[in-house]
Ligand binder design. Structure first.
Ligand code: PLP
Length: 392
């Protein structure tokens, strides 16, 4: 059957590994044009290079992130690798500065790949008392003169909100490239590229796909030289997302905004309950006045919401000879809220922090809750019942 145009508004799943090029002249022309690394080429060659189903999903993300280009990759980590590697130039790469409170996988990538394997000159900027000190950053930048600054707008798991406009302003003063992982804030709360960031990455596995059943990543930007470099790197390393996942992502993105609004509403409700419950030792949620970066979050997110991650500590973790309250809590909610090591799922899920991060954080009873989009009344009931039982 000939390739016919069908009356649909959806881009189909094009599973072709290689595309039909008809004759030598078409092939020559396609490969000649390939040197331009067009995001959406007039003639497709090979799916690892570019794929029309993937391009269709990228265009949805460009609308969300309000940017000139977006490139999908097969995981958040491959998006991070792409965003960073395009700046690597052998021995002339210079210094790169990473904020300390970032995803553990990114920290391991820095240690195991960037430092150990590639021998790059990496530095870290540490938070103090739950905030990033901008005056101190100024001093560090002045001393270090890094080529790249990398941070997460809402950090994991302490949920520190970075004062990004100030950081971007400083970065520009020192001529640094600034790369932001916007996974936790999502494009619903903030668009870093509109405020001067050079690149934004997401683990699309999280809120963008939002159902805990797809692994993907995306690099977004406005600069077309960076776009071409990222297209070339993704193609040569083979970081391309599959057309099947791209099609599913396009569909899932249609409900992204409604979902994220609901995520934020539920999280804010649960955080409010925790703050006032005697079974909770402490709760971190940027929407609470008590959170060290509440005012910064308010400034950037403009009252739209504060994300959907809550980190909290149940009282009496260390109950000698008895089951810890943390474990009791997890057991009491387990019918509804499962221990699953991801986040941004439609279901509310949790993670015991000490089991993953070890003794990095001082409160061993801490739990990270990724609040889902279930019925808020039901979630509230499950939470209150478990907390009340702890008090008995
Ligand atoms: N960035 C953040 C903030 C994350 O939480 C994660 C994963 O949890 C990643 C990046 C990596 O994404 P992926 O697991 O899709 O590779």
């Amino acid at each position: 059957m000939k390739n016919r145009k069908v009356n649909t508004t959806n881009t189909p799943v094009y599973r072709d590994a290689g595309f039909y090029l008809k004759d030598a002249a078409t092939t020559k022309d396609a490969f000649e044009k390939e040197k331009d690394h067009a995001r959406s080429p007039s003639t497709y060659i090979y799916s690892r290079y570019r794929n029309p189903t993937v391009v269709a999903a990228e265009e949805r993300i460009m609308d969300l992130e309000k940017c000139e280009w977006a490139l999908l990759t097969q995981s958040g980590m491959s998006a991070i690798d792409t965003a960073l590697s395009i700046f690597q130039r052998g021995k002339d790469t210079g210094r790169w500065l990473f904020f300390s409170e970032i995803y553990g996988g990114t920290n391991s990538f820095i240690d195991n790949v960037l430092i150990e394997r590639r021998g790059l000159d990496i530095h870290r900027f540490y938070s103090s008392d739950g905030v990033y000190d901008i005056a101190h950053l100024d001093t560090v930048l002045n001393d270090l003169r890094p080529g790249i600054i990398y941070l997460e707008i809402i950090s994991n798991p302490m949920l520190i909100v970075a004062d990004v406009d100030k950081i971007i302003e400083l970065a520009k003063n020192y001529g640094c490239v600034i790369i932001i992982d916007n996974t936790f804030a999502t494009p619903y709360l903030w668009n870093p590229l509109r405020n001067g960031a050079d690149l934004v990455i997401h683990s699309a596995t999280k809120y963008l796909a939002g159902h805990g059943n797809l692994t993907g990543g995306v690099v977004c930007g406005n600069d077309h030289d960076l776009e071409k470099a990222a297209i070339e790197y993704r193609k040569l390393i083979g970081h391309m997302l599959s057309p099947d996942d791209a099609y599913r992502l396009t569909t899932l993105l249609k409900s992204f905004e409604v979902r994220f609004i609901r995520h934020c509403e539920n999280a804010s409700r649960l955080a409010g309950i925790m703050e006032n419950h005697p079974a909770i030792e402490s709760v971190l949620y940027p929407g609470l006045n008590s959170h060290p970066s509440h005012n910064i979050a308010k400034k950037y997110f403009g009252g739209k919401g504060y994300g959907a991650m809550i980190t909290f500590d149940v009282i009496g973790y260390n109950r000698p000879e008895k089951e810890s309250n943390r474990d009791r809590f997890m057991e009491r909610v387990s019918e509804k809220i499962k221990l699953i090591p991801t986040l941004g799922d439609a279901d509310t899920i949790l993670l015991p922090i000490e089991a993953v991060w070890g003794d990095k954080y001082p409160y061993p009873g801490m739990i990270r809750l990724s609040v889902g989009i279930e019925n808020g009344n039901e979630l509230e009931e499950v939470l209150i019942r478990a907390l009340d039982e702890i008090m008995k």
